[in-house]
Design a protein around this ligand. Structure first.
Ligand code: AMP
Ligand code: MG
Length: 418
């Protein structure tokens, strides 16, 4: 079934291709300077300022990988039926300082240090115990079940590189090296505004002709992450002077300003007018649907993004144009891999060549385990419900035409975005 879209479908020449808009944006922003030291428990999702070099071996000591019996493997090389006297027991956290002779073994728990004279740990499941002796019921190679000092990380090794956005395992890795705090890039300050006289605060009564502000909330939610500090500029009226005043103030404290609404061709599209007066902003009509109008430039020290007003267009332009700029400014060098993979569409999709089209969709597996995709409902650029229901975007390239049932399309799962 074809999905009718809410917007007109007439191809407009002269729109800027998405790739060009994105590369202009990326070229226009640069890495922020400044760092801070944070304790490890606040380090996840922050960007490393410098390389981290190991100042300790991991593991620090040669230790047992299992609960069992440490022994000297040459003793069982010939004959695995030999018996070993259980000389003593060592638990994790203890050091055994005695001596284990030939024909003897040490009862040892996982993580306990293996004495230097022993080279193998036999799992307790692989022995029979009689009269204080063990006998192996399993063949064993020398070195088995022993974790050697430095086998994971060696002193002097670079374990994490500058620009890495720290993940939960990275934080664990730093802790395993004994590092309690880490130098990370400072947080990026992002000011967020909604514009429009009709736009009202949720929780207030809705007057005739008004609607609730959803854009500022979806944007602030998308920006709620440990490496970003949000400056909430609230809802700004359709008035050139107050817009200019708010944007200029924000330009003094923020690295990025994101506003929505007022950038299209309407009579009350004052964001555009206000920005014309600041003189440093480009307006583009980008060949993407939804999300055509996009203002981009600079106000004071801040990069400025004027997103469309329609709520889905806001989300699409945020993920496709603003987020890559944010990651560049934060110096995230190992971009998280946002998988775009192919799925078969289970319905026809309307598409005009000459623009990138992004549709909200639901991906799932078919009976053979292959990925399939269908749209998540009506695709009007103001309709957030189909966006909320979706778990992925379908991305149809610039030149693609109408898509038939069973064809492959590119999908980008939301789990990679939020
Ligand atoms: P504009 O580009 O300002 O003409 O806005 C386009 C459409 O998006 C209009 O229907 C606006 O009412 C709507 N809109 C603008 N800002 C918001 C907002 N913050 N939340 C929800 N809808 C909005
Ligand atoms: Mg408006």
């Amino acid at each position: 079934m074809c999905k009718q879209t809410a917007e007109g479908d007439i191809f407009e020449p002269g729109l800027m291709p998405c790739d060009e808009a994105l590369s202009r944006i990326i070229n226009g922003v640069s890495l922020i300077s400044g760092s801070e030291i944070v304790p490890l428990e606040k380090a996840c999702c922050r960007t490393l300022h410098g390389n981290v070099v190991a100042e300790a071996n991991v593991p620090a000591h040669t230790n047992s990988g299992v609960d069992g019996y440490a022994l000297y493997a040459a003793d069982i090389a010939e004959d695995c039926s030999v018996r070993f006297l259980i000389k003593d027991t060592v638990l994790a956290g203890q050091i055994f300082r005695g001596h284990i002779g030939r024909g003897e073994c040490l009862r040892i728990m996982t993580g306990a240090t293996v004495p230097e004279s022993l080279d193998t740990v036999v799992m307790q499941e692989h022995v029979e115990i009689e009269d204080g002796f063990i006998r192996l019921n399993h063949r064993y190679k020398a070195g088995k079940n022993v974790r050697h000092a430095g086998e994971d990380i060696k002193i002097g090794e670079t374990v994490l590189e500058a620009g890495r956005r720290l993940t939960p395992p990275d934080v664990g890795l730093l802790a395993s090296l004994g590092i309690g705090e880490v130098e990370v890039r400072r947080r990026l300050k992002i000011a967020v505004a909604s514009t429009g006289n009709e736009v009202k605060l949720p929780g207030q009564p809705l007057l005739a002709g008004s609607l609730y502000d959803s854009n500022r909330y979806s944007l602030m939610a998308a920006l709620s992450r440990p490496d970003i500090e949000i400056i909430d500029l609230g809802i700004l009226p359709d008035n050139v002077d107050s817009l200019l005043q708010s944007f200029n103030d924000a330009g003094k404290q923020a690295d990025v300003i994101i506003a929505s609404g007022g950038v299209s061709m309407g009579d009350a599209d004052y964001t555009k007018m206000a920005l014309h007066q600041s003189g440093l902003v480009d307006f583009w009509r980008v060949a993407i649907k939804p999300g055509r109008p996009l203002a981009y430039g600079r106000i004071g020290e801040a990069a400025f993004f004027g997103l469309p007003g329609n709520p889905v267009a806001v989300m699409v332009t945020f993920y496709f144009f603003v987020l890559p700029a944010i990651e560049k400014m934060l110096g995230i060098s190992d971009q998280p891999i946002v998988p775009v993979f192919k799925a078969r569409t289970t319905e026809d999709l309307r598409k005009l060549p000459g623009r990138t089209e992004v549709q909200r969709a639901i991906i799932s597996r078919d009976e053979k385990g292959d990925w399939q995709v269908r749209t998540s409902g009506r695709q009007g650029s103001g309709m957030l419900s189909s966006m909320s229901r979706a778990n992925a975007f379908i991305i149809l390239d610039h030149d693609r035409e109408r898509v038939k049932v069973g064809e492959w399309v590119d999908v980008k799962p939301f789990s990679a975005l939020f």
